[in-house]
Design a protein around this ligand. Structure first.
Ligand SMILES: Cc1ncc(C[n+]2csc(CCOP(=O)(O)OP(=O)(O)O)c2C)c(N)n1
Ligand SMILES: CC(=O)[C@@H](O)[C@H](O)COP(=O)(O)O
Ligand SMILES: [Mg+2]
Length: 642
């Protein structure tokens, strides 16, 4: 052996084509280096670690065998894409992941030609890959060419209806399409559901790959190392009736399961599939989430998401919080109420920890339902729970509830069923960026007849809203609250039931009224302090409800002030629009009221800290102050009139 230190192979990779020069042994070495680089990068940025570590070998193998960007590698959810980013020309920016002006934590078309399809919500990859396959076969083209389409989808993501809709269609169209099922027996939490049990059974019966391929007479599809075993299996299978996997029933050829950390299995299988696949084929790959980094492997969530951390110890660098998170306040309040009312049940779509329902589930396991990544089903299921006399809390992130919108309209609202929607991650969420922003729920719920829509201004208000929702049996009701910690207000023993459609006055002032809906209230109060220094004392009110509106409050604010400004953490079409509609209907604009509505801008805001994202949106304290000054015509140097 030479003593000269060798240049790491990773330093020789600018783009995936560079991998073609490496031997299989070198690819194995490269995978080791890629894993270390991924850990190092995430240690300084924080982010999704475990999923990426689990697909290091798969990422290397895919890029070594296929020809991206001509071939389209589509990562489902794409929280596992960091190793892919490192190999596709973005290593020099990998330590900017999820930061302002940095790399997105997900695949993004505008970021790289190696990201043919953006994602972040789950279970879209097979549909996308099928679309590329059909486009290819119908003569479509992309600037990079158009070859194979490969979807890499996790066992969690595979549980969603959309994945099955896509497989159903793919089996029918029978186009050449490659789906890699990355089965690590984990979602964010341990996966639940019949599909998960089915997948476990699939590989409990080793050597399954031999039996299935043999049963289908597909021995020749298998790479050399498997053929002998397959032949033996075929002999053994003589006379046995083999039903085929679910995937085969849907029209896919099935290969697997194979060890997704063994390049000596991955490379030959992928090469064979590339050379020979004709219709849709599913390769079942077994991996370990967090693979190769002990702190991730040992973590309860297998390192799904992490703060910055020390690489040696794995210890995360979190800042101590001054207040409880909204999520935990919700979880505790609901658990407390459920102790007093056994009709309360809770539904989560694969996010028990993220929504705080883990607390509820510990105490009331039989009343908490993790439906898997299945928001549509979760909503309709909740509707029927309500119809059956229970008090369901359908608990979802604002952004993921979007997927269940037709169910919200058709199954809940039209039937006026009292589903309680607990909507977490309302507003701008930070590092996950535009895909995860909870921007639209106010608009998409408040326009539904009969819906009650609330937003908590602080964590005590959230407690009141949970109690209000629990007590409300007349119609659907929703309350929203943001990601992260509360403002640190004192918490009551119990939430109190609020009067539906009634806001509250925070501060009586003059000339201008600021009407808040949600947690911008704290920024409004900061703005008011700055305004006080200029001799302006605004009136401040917390609307609490976007629907029904507090008409009396709003009309009196309008008649008693020169200007009225609404502020909300949501896109246009929400609270401010409803207030404007009321003012218009009541002829208030004819009286000369200056009305302004501060909403999220008509643009998708990239990842940054929530404060930076709200600065881009123009909704931080200084910007609220500037808006007040402008509407009152108080000249300040360098500021535009509102
Ligand atoms: C529609 C939707 N619902 C929920 C989520 C939140 N989410 C992100 S990753 C994930 C688990 C995915 O599990 P799996 O596909 O098995 O990937 P793994 O992390 O195990 O690699 C969930 C629930 C999401 N991104 N999209
Ligand atoms: C990839 C994904 O969708 C989730 O992991 C999400 O990033 C979780 O967000 P929170 O950190 O806000 O729970
Ligand atoms: Mg998984």
């Amino acid at each position: 052996m030479s003593d000269t230190p060798q240049t790491p192979l990773l330093d020789q990779v600018d783009r995936p084509a560079d991998l073609k020069r490496f031997s299989d042994a070198q690819l194995i070495q490269l995978a080791g280096e890629l894993r270390a680089e991924t850990v190092s990068a995430v240690s300084v940025t924080g982010g999704h670690l475990g999923a990426g570590l689990g697909v290091v070998e798969l990422t290397v193998a895919l890029h070594a065998v296929f020809d991206a960007p001509r071939d389209k590698i589509i990562w489902d959810v794409s929280h596992q894409c960091y190793p892919h980013k490192i190999l596709t020309g973005r290593r020099n920016r990998i330590r900017t992941l999820r930061m302002k002006d940095g790399l997105s934590g997900f695949t993004k078309r505008s970021e790289s030609p190696y990201d043919p399809f953006g994602a972040a919500h789950s279970s879209t990859s097979i549909s996308a890959a099928l679309g590329f396959s059909v486009a290819r076969d119908l003569g479509g083209m992309t600037p990079e060419g158009l070859g194979d389409a490969i979807a890499v989808i996790g066992d969690g993501a595979m549980s969603a209806g959309m994945a099955f809709e896509a497989m159903n269609n793919a089996g029918h169209l029978n186009k050449r399409l490659i789906v890699i099922l990355n089965d690590n027996e984990m979602s964010i939490a341990p996966p639940v559901g019949a599909l998960s049990s089915y997948l476990s059974r699939l590989y409990a019966e080793e050597p399954f790959q031999d039996f299935k391929a043999a049963a289908k007479g597909a021995v020749s599809l298998l790479p050399e190392p498997f053929r002998e075993g397959a032949k033996r299996a075929k002999d053994m299978l003589k006379g046995l009736a083999v039903g085929g996997t679910l995937f085969e029933k849907l029209g896919f050829s099935y290969v697997g399961p194979i060890d997704g950390h063994d390049m000596n299995q991955l490379l030959p299988v992928l090469r064979t599939v590339k050379a020979r696949a004709q219709g849709p084929i599913l390769i079942h790959v077994l991996t370990k989430k967090g693979k190769g980094y002990a702190p991730a492997e040992q973590a309860r969530d297998k390192g799904h998401a992490t703060a910055k951390f020390d690489v040696i110890t794995g210890k995360q660098k979190t800042t101590p919080s001054n207040a409880p998170s909204y999520t935990s306040v919700f979880g505790k309040t609901l658990t407390q109420l459920a102790g007093q009312d056994d009709r309360i049940v809770a539904v989560t779509a694969a996010m028990p920890d993220g929504t705080g329902l883990n607390l509820f589930a510990e105490r009331f396991p039989s009343r908490c339902f993790d439906v898997g990544i299945a928001e549509q089903h979760g909503v309709t299921f909740s509707a029927a729970l309500a119809a059956g006399g229970l008090r369901p809390f359908c608990t979802m992130y604002s952004t993921f509830l979007q997927r269940g919108y037709d169910q919200v309209v058709h199954d809940v609202a039209i039937q006026r069923l009292p589903v309680r929607f607990a909507i977490d991650r309302a507003g701008l969420v930070g590092a996950d960026g535009a895909t995860h922003a909870g921007s639209y729920d106010i608009a998409y719920l408040a326009n539904l007849p009969g819906f009650v829509v609330m937003a908590a201004a602080d964590e005590a208000e959230l407690m009141h809203m949970v109690a209000t929702a629990a007590a409300h049996d007349d119609s659907p009701i929703a309350f929203r609250y943001p990601r992260g910690e509360g403002v640190g207000v004192e918490l009551p023993e119990q939430g109190e039931v609020l009067a539906i459609g009634k806001g509250r006055m925070i501060q009586q002032g003059k000339r201008v009224a600021l009407l808040s809906f949600g947690t911008r209230l704290a920024e409004i109060q900061k703005a008011a302090e700055a305004l006080a220094a200029r001799g302006i004392t605004p009136t401040i009110a917390d609307a609490r409800f976007a629907k029904p509106l507090d008409r009396d409050l709003i009309l009196s604010l309008a008649s008693d002030h020169e200007a009225l400004i609404t502020v909300e953490e949501g896109a246009v079409g929400g609270f401010g629009s409803h207030v404007a509609q009321l003012l218009a209907e009541e002829g208030v604009f004819d009286t000369g009221l200056k009305f302004r509505s501060m909403v999220l801008p008509d643009t998708f805001i990239d990842q940054a800290s929530p404060a930076d994202m709200y600065a881009v949106a123009g909704m931080n304290a200084a910007q609220i102050e500037a808006r007040v000054l402008a509407v009152l015509g108080v000249a300040t140097i360098g500021e535009k009139r509102a």
